[in-house]
Write a protein that binds this ligand. Structure first.
Ligand SMILES: NC(=O)c1ccc[n+]([C@@H]2O[C@H](COP(=O)([O-])OP(=O)(O)OC[C@H]3O[C@@H](n4cnc5c(N)ncnc54)[C@H](O)[C@@H]3O)[C@@H](O)[C@H]2O)c1
Length: 448
């Protein structure tokens, strides 16, 4: 009976928008979600341990490229959104979504410290009637084995006093078509009532909800999605190696295969995988399966091939320079694009970092240009983007395209750089324009 009334009360508060919604972790995932809840009419409190993130948001400044500052500022001004670093504010919430980092430790095992800290903060400030949803990507079993005991240690029975679910985040930074609202949301609760109330929360601001039968199912959905990408990218990366050995253009093969209207899905090769998800998430599943004495062979193989790609790009640079009678040592190399993918400013796990350090190990002088990454620090060394200028293009012995940002004028690159090594096919179909036919006929682009 008590369960029924907790459920009814929470559903009524969600339907009337009287519920106060909390979002724990205001990064790439949490901030857009918080603003979506605010847009749906809720009062939203975002809790983040970073004082600088909190202060910036309260000034109306967004630190996430896909979220305009104007959206943050208007939600703050309307009293619909506030950010705080005070965990006791969690006591005001009726529902909390957790979107904290889930990185890998150096040993490639899951690093659960952020999820544990967030769960502890919630357990310390929990009250009957609260709905908690974990959104951070993680191994199957996390919600039940790690989250549930913390709530029960606080004296609350999950499914009766409080509700607990997992709902994977699917945000695709830089995607102009699919956003938080129109991307279907998978929800799996510890009990059927947990799934029901969590689904009601997300239905307030997301068009399509996909309820599943358990938290483990919901956790695995996310891992399948990202393992699928990792394995297919590994496959096309291997095709690139195969094509290189056979003297065939891999991009032409892929484009032609992609004309098949059924049974083929296009993936493209590149200098390696980056970002927070695809290089890391499959290892959460591999780790979990190792604890059950099972080796996830597809995951391991894809990871092996994908992580070899930066070295292959560097090998291609060395070969192309060699064809121009130049050693890598002492050459000036301009890396174009250091973000992990097109049109984003996120450098996490970017293959550009490996390419740069491998080139420097061979004695090259490496500079970079990225319109979205004005500077970055790696291994204690601060780097600043050089301008995208005629002088920089002409001065480099080689320009290496790692990230194909759409704002870059690739024709200008092909025209001015003495040598281009293109790991993204950004220069496809471009021919060097020059003052004389001899220059026009000199091919200066190598596909990496
Ligand atoms: N970025 C993506 O494209 C993406 C897509 C899908 C899923 N995910 C998953 O979502 C989760 C969050 O990723 P993200 O990219 O938003 O991370 P992020 O690093 O951008 O943001 C995480 C935020 O959490 C805060 N934080 C850390 N510990 C905290 C704590 N104990 N309490 C409160 N706040 C805390 C950090 O200060 C930071 O602001 C991860 O599990 C990630 O795998 C990310």
């Amino acid at each position: 009976m008590a369960t029924e009334s907790m459920r009814d009360r929470l559903l009524a508060k969600l339907n009337s928008r009287e519920a106060c919604i909390g979002v724990v972790g205001l990064g790439y995932v949490g901030l857009p979600l918080a603003l979506e809840f605010a847009r749906a009419g809720f009062r939203v409190v975002g809790y983040d341990v970073s004082e600088s993130v909190v202060k910036g948001l309260m000034r109306g400044e967004s630190h996430i490229k896909d979220v305009p500052s104007a959206h943050v500022a208007s939600a703050v001004a309307a009293g619909k959104f506030e950010a705080t670093a005070d965990e006791s504010r969690l006591q005001e919430m009726d529902a909390v979504s957790i979107a904290v980092p889930t990185p890998l430790a150096k040993t490639r095992d899951p690093d659960m410290t952020y999820v544990i800290a967030a769960a502890d903060a919630i357990a310390r400030n929990c009250h009957p009637g609260l709905l908690i949803v974990l959104e951070s990507t993680t191994y199957p079993g996390t919600t039940r084995d790690l989250m549930q005991p913390k709530l029960e240690a606080a004296g609350l029975t999950v499914g009766e006093d409080v509700f607990l679910a997992f709902s994977p985040e699917r945000v695709d930074p830089g995607n102009a078509t699919w956003n938080t609202r129109n991307t279907p949301k998978v929800v799996g609760g510890i009990t059927a009532v947990c799934t029901e109330v969590a689904s009601a929360l997300y239905a307030s601001c997301i068009d399509t909800i996909v309820p599943v039968s358990s938290t483990e199912t919901a956790e695995l959905v996310k891992l399948l999605e990202n393992t699928f990408r990792s394995v297919n990218i590994g496959l096309v990366n291997e095709m690139q190696i195969v094509c290189d050995k056979l003297g065939v253009n891999v991009w032409e093969v892929i484009e032609a295969a992609a004309t098949k209207p059924f049974g083929f899905m296009k993936f493209t090769p590149g200098p390696g995988i980056g970002g927070h998800c695809i290089p890391l998430d499959p290892h959460y599943l591999a780790w979990k399966m190792r604890t059950l004495n099972y080796k996830t062979r597809f995951i391991d193989l894809a990871s092996e091939i994908n992580s070899e790609m930066p070295a292959l790009v560097v090998q291609r640079v060395a070969q192309a320079l060699n064809d121009q009678r130049k050693p890598v040592k002492g050459c000036r190399i301009l890396v174009l694009g250091v973000a992990y993918k097109r049109d984003v400013d996120d450098m996490r796990e970017s293959p550009a970092l490996d390419v740069i350090s491998l080139l420097e190990e061979r004695g090259a002088e490496v500079v970079y240009h990225d319109p979205y990454v004005p500077s970055f620090r790696e291994d204690g060394h601060e780097r600043t983007s050089v301008p995208f200028s005629d002088a920089e293009l002409a001065r480099a012995d080689a320009v290496v395209i790692i990230t194909d940002h759409s704002s870059i004028d690739y024709q200008r690159v092909v025209d001015l750089a003495p040598l281009v090594v293109d790991a993204r096919n950004a220069t496809a179909g471009l021919v060097r324009r020059g003052s004389g036919t001899a220059r026009e006929k000199t091919p200066n682009v190598a596909i990496a």
